[in-house]
Design a protein around this ligand. Structure first.
Ligand SMILES: Cc1cc2nc3c(=O)[nH]c(=O)nc-3n(C[C@H](O)[C@H](O)[C@H](O)COP(=O)(O)O)c2cc1C
Ligand SMILES: [Fe+2]
Ligand SMILES: [Fe+2]
Length: 400
């Protein structure tokens, strides 16, 4: 059965959600599922804005057929060629052979790669600022290269003041009937997923997101329709503020996260002691993670949120514990920067983890590593308590 929602008088949400997929891109755990949004504009011309993932194809086509109500499909705007949105293009063309494809020149090239070369020939290419008149509506196209693929463009509908933003402003999390942000409590769970989606998928491309934000700034936007997650009507200002912080790599909060790994529990004990000292000094909401059991996408999201990061790792074969290694490699991949970092290591015969973590921090931009890493030989001893206490003083004073 079709399952659609009206956004405006002549704009329909015709997407669907997948609650079975364990990992988005076979990488990011999505315990709250994910939605694939697609939009149908029913003007004098009928316009489909992006298709969807194969996993929801049955729902998608039931929705599309229902929305069209026997009319032909005139245009398919392809904003992004990643398969979670372009998988059903061929099937759309099979059902409506006269449909015209509208996409960027780069996307047209990709059409020929994913599908057949003659598919690329079907495409009408849109350049920056080009318009499509569909009747009452005028759609404007703006390029958003590397947010987060090179061919991405976004679409602005002048009449309804709607920005179709492709993957920008998207989030993990299935939609459950309520497709608008003002129909759900946009609470900690949604914000955490929005952050985890942005930082891991788009995080590396801060400069390109800044370019898109500048274009968006010139538009009068009342509705943002992304390709994943809720449609934004109520929290647009908050969302833009978050995107501003994330894309400039500024911490969202004066807050400390402690990322620890520990084989036998001694490094963990040391950071527990540090955390208690911080709490005694008034630090609230300390976020401690065992990097062995926490998905690295969560660690990355928290690294974007917090101003201070404590890294604590045992020495492992003359290097770092592999789970810490993986987190630090991802930090570099998404270009975390502008953070204050404290280091703590452990080793039974030759502790060198702090040296390795310091070297990794050197590879990132503008990371302030606090002097004198704390080094433990197997078990935290009385003689390290003063150093730990001094570190707690320093972090607490910076956070206050
Ligand atoms: C596979 C493996 C390799 C290790 N390599 C080193 C090393 O190169 N240098 C060192 O000082 N300790 C090394 N250790 C010892 C641990 O770093 C040390 O026992 C540390 O205190 C463990 O901290 P934890 O109790 O938090 O797990 C190694 C331990 C394991 C299991
Ligand atoms: Fe994408
Ligand atoms: Fe996507």
């Amino acid at each position: 059965m079709h399952c659609t929602r009206k956004i405006t008088e002549d704009l329909l949400w015709i997407g669907g959600s997948d609650r079975r997929l364990a990992r988005f891109e076979n990488l990011f755990p999505i315990p709250r599922g994910v939605s694939y949004n697609s939009y149908l504009l029913l003007d004098e011309k009928t316009v489909l804005i992006d298709t969807a993932d194969e996993s929801i194809s049955r729902q998608f086509f039931e929705n599309l057929e229902y929305g069209l109500d026997g009319r032909a499909l005139d245009y398919l705007i392809i904003q992004h060629m990643e398969p979670d949105h372009c998988a059903l293009i061929c099937d759309v063309i099979r059902r409506w052979p006269d449909v015209k494809l509208v996409c960027s020149a780069k996307a047209a090239g990709m059409l020929g790669q994913f599908f057949t070369p003659d598919m690329a020939e079907r495409a009408i290419t849109a350049a920056e600022g080009d318009k499509l008149l569909t009747g009452r509506h005028t759609l404007h196209f703006f390029m958003a290269p590397m947010v987060h693929w090179p061919e991405v463009m976004v679409t602005y509908d002048e009449l309804s003041k709607t920005l179709f933003s492709a993957d920008a402003f998207g989030t993990f999390g299935a939609l459950s009937g309520n497709i608008f942000d003002d129909e759900i409590n946009f609470d900690a769970a949604w914000l955490a997923d929005t952050r985890r989606y942005y930082t891991n998928i788009v995080g590396k491309f801060g400069a390109q997101v800044q370019a898109l934000l500048k274009k968006a700034d010139l538009l009068d936007i009342e509705i943002i329709c992304p390709l994943h997650g809720p449609i934004w009507r109520e929290n647009i200002a908050l969302l833009l503020e978050k995107y501003q912080q994330w894309s400039t790599y500024e911490p969202e909060e004066k807050a400390v996260m402690i990322a620890c790994c520990s084989m036998y529990g001694n490094t963990e004990n040391a950071v527990e002691v540090l955390a208690a000292m911080l709490a005694d000094r008034g630090v609230r909401n300390i976020a401690m993670y065992d990097v062995s059991g926490t998905d690295v996408s969560e660690l990355i999201a928290e690294s974007f949120r917090c101003s201070h990061i404590v890294l604590a790792s045992p020495t492992y074969n003359g290097g770092l514990h592999p789970k810490m290694e993986s987190y630090l490699a991802d930090m570099k991949a998404v270009t975390v920067r502008n953070r204050t970092v404290a280091l703590l290591d452990n080793g039974t015969w030759a502790p060198v983890a702090a040296k390795h973590m310091a070297a990794r921090m050197e590879e990132l931009k503008n990371m302030t590593v606090l002097e004198q890493p704390i080094s433990i030989k197997s078990v935290l001893g009385d003689k390290q308590l003063d150093a730990l206490s001094a570190l707690a003083d320093e972090i607490a004073s910076q956070l206050s």
